[in-house]
Design a protein. Structure first.
Length: 62
């Protein structure tokens, strides 16, 4: 079960990194502090929600 949860976390972080790289290299006009802050904030919120759901599921399984 723990390996499956780690795969989901890696998947979410890979999506955030892919969005950041897309913004940096493909859309050069999006290369500003607002876009970088938005991507960073979104990835942090997604990871936080994932950990909350993960903890809730662990408590239910116990």
């Amino acid at each position: 079960m723990r390996i499956w949860n780690t795969r989901f976390l890696i998947f979410f972080m890979a999506i955030a990194i892919a969005i950041t790289l897309y913004g940096l290299f493909v859309k050069k006009e999006m290369l500003n502090e607002v876009f970088a802050a938005r991507v960073f904030f979104t990835s942090c919120i997604t990871t936080l929600i994932y950990f909350i759901v993960l903890r809730r599921n662990e408590k239910k399984s116990l």
